[in-house]
Design a binder for this molecule. Structure first.
Ligand code: URA
Length: 370
């Protein structure tokens, strides 16, 4: 089959897109002709669930690698924004029937696991972007919070991605469709990035924040120049010369999702940012040697920065950047009406079902993962 290269960018011509309420663009003309849209890997559907009722109030979508980390983030952000759930209840994993991704909703914040690598994060983003579209969400902000290998950045320090680049050090993500290559610009929102840097500057933490290019690879071992995989066809000297070459090009960290995350959110006109904590300095070694408790605390660090951004945008910080007092937070909540009833939280009404028959079908289909 013929192969043709073309780059898709928002600044270029837009062939087809459906727009709902101005913000989420499904640049796919087929969706509106489907009588239902099953978000297979999320165990949700446009005709089985009332997606507007369940997700219409979402403002922030935070994604990260593991279900556990994202469940912890959901509880953390719940405390930070003072969101209350009824005594004796707990947050529900909305996508539990898919056995693939985990999704928690805490007021206006969605917390979702994306698994490992570009294929996993891409599938999730297709479905989350469609979820935002079906739910009529306006202007959501997306964050990837994760871990990475630092390039000259010690474990425990936090890196805000200025630009996501591929292993050729270019800001493009390539996918194959119908045997043709589509190249999409992997661009993150510059204003959002600058705001995160400014919030980070105000934070009084015993670690440093860095801004730089993030190289995204398809592999943790050979793809990132490690010497400790099952296979290795290069010397330590060659590896070190490669890591120095990355550093000279402004690469501060290496991970495995940012390229697709930046490209797909940019293509959908969604503001997005990537914040990762370094868990090993690749100038020094390849193995992740920090202890579990230390790693757990490090993984909180990107979450803290994103939580600070969210609180700021919900009006929950006083003008010194510290959390508002309980009274002020309560007043802000009243103003924003973050109460469980107003926010239609899944833990309150669990899943808001339009058609029980279709919902059973969606859940059964999602479970047949063999
Ligand atoms: N994630 C990666 O992809 N690489 C690392 O070195 C650490 C975390």
């Amino acid at each position: 089959m013929a192969t043709s290269d073309h780059t898709q960018d928002l600044d270029g011509e837009i062939d087809h897109f459906s727009e709902y309420g101005g913000s989420i663009r499904l640049r796919n003309p087929h969706i509106k002709f489907m009588d239902q849209d099953i978000l297979y890997h999320l165990a949700l559907g446009s005709e089985s669930h009332d997606l507007v009722e369940m997700f219409g109030d979402v403002k922030f979508v935070c994604i990260g690698g593991t279900p556990k980390r994202m469940e912890e983030f959901a509880y953390y952000i719940m405390r930070e924004i003072g969101h209350k759930i009824p005594t004796g209840t707990q947050l529900l994993d909305i996508s539990q029937h898919s056995y693939r991704y985990s999704m928690y909703k805490t007021g206006p914040v969605l917390s979702i696991s994306h698994g490992m690598g570009i294929p996993s994060v891409s599938i999730l983003l297709h479905e989350i972007i469609k979820l935002m579209y079906h739910a009529h969400v306006k202007d959501p902000v997306f964050f990837r919070i994760g871990t990475c290998g630092g390039v000259g950045v010690d474990g425990g320090n936090v890196i805000i991605t200025e630009e996501a680049i591929n292993p050729d050090l270019e800001p493009f993500h390539e996918v194959s469709a119908l045997g043709r290559k589509i190249r999409r610009t992997s661009k993150l929102d510059a204003d959002l990035c600058a705001e995160l840097v400014s919030i980070a500057t105000e934070m009084d933490e015993p670690y440093t924040f860095h801004l730089g290019k993030t190289m995204c690879t398809d592999d943790f071992y050979e793809g990132q120049g490690r010497l400790d995989g099952a296979f290795c066809d290069y010397t330590e000297k060659e590896k070190m010369s490669y890591i120095h070459h990355l550093q000279r090009h402004g690469v501060t960290n290496i991970e495995m999702e940012s390229l697709a995350f930046a490209a797909l959110t940019h293509h959908a006109h969604i503001r997005a940012a990537v914040v990762c904590v370094s868990i090993v300095d690749r100038m020094v070694g390849d193995q992740v040697l920090a202890q579990k408790e230390v790693l757990n605390e490090w993984q909180m660090r990107p979450q803290k920065l994103v939580a600070q951004y969210i609180k700021k945008h919900l009006g929950l910080l006083d003008n010194t950047g510290t959390s508002a007092t309980a009274a002020a937070a309560a007043a802000a909540r009243r103003h924003l009406d973050l109460s469980p009833t107003a926010m239609n939280c899944p833990h309150k009404q669990v899943l808001i079902v339009k058609s029980p028959r279709r919902m059973n079908m969606v859940q059964q289909e999602s479970q047949s993962y063999d």
